[in-house]
Design a protein around this ligand. Structure first.
Ligand code: DC
Length: 226
């Protein structure tokens, strides 16, 4: 059950704009809960494929989304939240480009989005929630106290992703990454179901050329938390 009194800060924006890092730091600094909504779409795609469900089979995808058995576990500062599917640690698997691509496909399906809606709203708990996604301020938490739209140029996002993957020991080509980022932006922004766009009352922060600390300062200031 959600607590409608608990304050919410939504952070939406395209992939690679730094939302994951910023929302984790913000939640930790404020001592608030964190919702990584992208992980729910990634987990839906992963759970479907593991069960042999096609990513085009809407009815079965909705069943998978509605029955998702997931858990999120906080870790040490600077480390990604651990993600469990049916008790199995799938943290690395959900973060792969392939899983992100599959998530982007299931995320265009409105009934799948509907099936995940209440689960996301239930994260609104005292003392507060930081919600990371694409439609947090527009659809899931339209009454949020603070709405941020975090963006950055596609080139900068590709470069950041490249570095992240390299650090994780994954061999990738930056040109390919840039193409993938552009393709995913295109799909996320042009879908009819909850397209990626800033809420009318969102504050837009462009993180191109800003350090993580500078972005965090601006988000904290926007949220009146400085
Ligand atoms: O933020 P992410 O890369 O983990 O998201 C994976 C995919 O899920 C991405 O293509 C967009 C989609 N998504 C969405 O449609 N709505 C959300 N609230 C979060 C993610």
């Amino acid at each position: 059950m959600a607590d409608p009194q608990a304050p919410v800060i939504t952070v939406d924006g395209p992939g690679g704009a730094g939302k994951g890092t910023i929302t984790q730091m913000l939640a930790r600094q404020l001592g608030w809960h964190l919702l990584d909504s992208g992980a729910l779409y990634r987990l839906t795609a992963l759970a479907a494929l593991r069960r042999g469900v096609s990513l085009e089979d809407v009815d079965r995808l909705v069943e998978v989304a509605a029955a998702l058995d997931v858990a999120f576990e906080p870790t040490a500062p600077g480390e990604p939240v651990r993600v469990f599917l049916e008790g199995e640690d799938v943290t690395s698997e959900v973060r792969t480009e392939a899983c992100g691509d599959n998530a982007s496909q299931v995320a265009v399906i409105q009934p799948v989005r509907d099936a995940l809606l209440q689960r996301q709203r239930d994260f609104q708990q005292a003392p507060g929630l930081v919600a990371d996604g694409r439609d947090m301020g527009t659809v899931v938490f339209p009454e949020a106290d603070t709405k941020i739209f975090l963006t950055a140029s596609a080139e900068v996002r590709a470069e950041r992703r490249y570095r992240q993957l390299k650090d994780a020991g994954v061999d990738v080509n930056i040109e390919t990454l840039l193409e993938e980022i552009r393709a995913r932006d295109e799909r996320d922004m042009n879908r009819s179901a909850a397209p990626l766009r800033p809420a009318e009352d969102a504050q837009v922060i462009d993180s191109t050329g800003l350090s993580i600390e500078e972005v965090l300062d601006r988000v904290m200031a926007a949220a009146g938390q400085t």
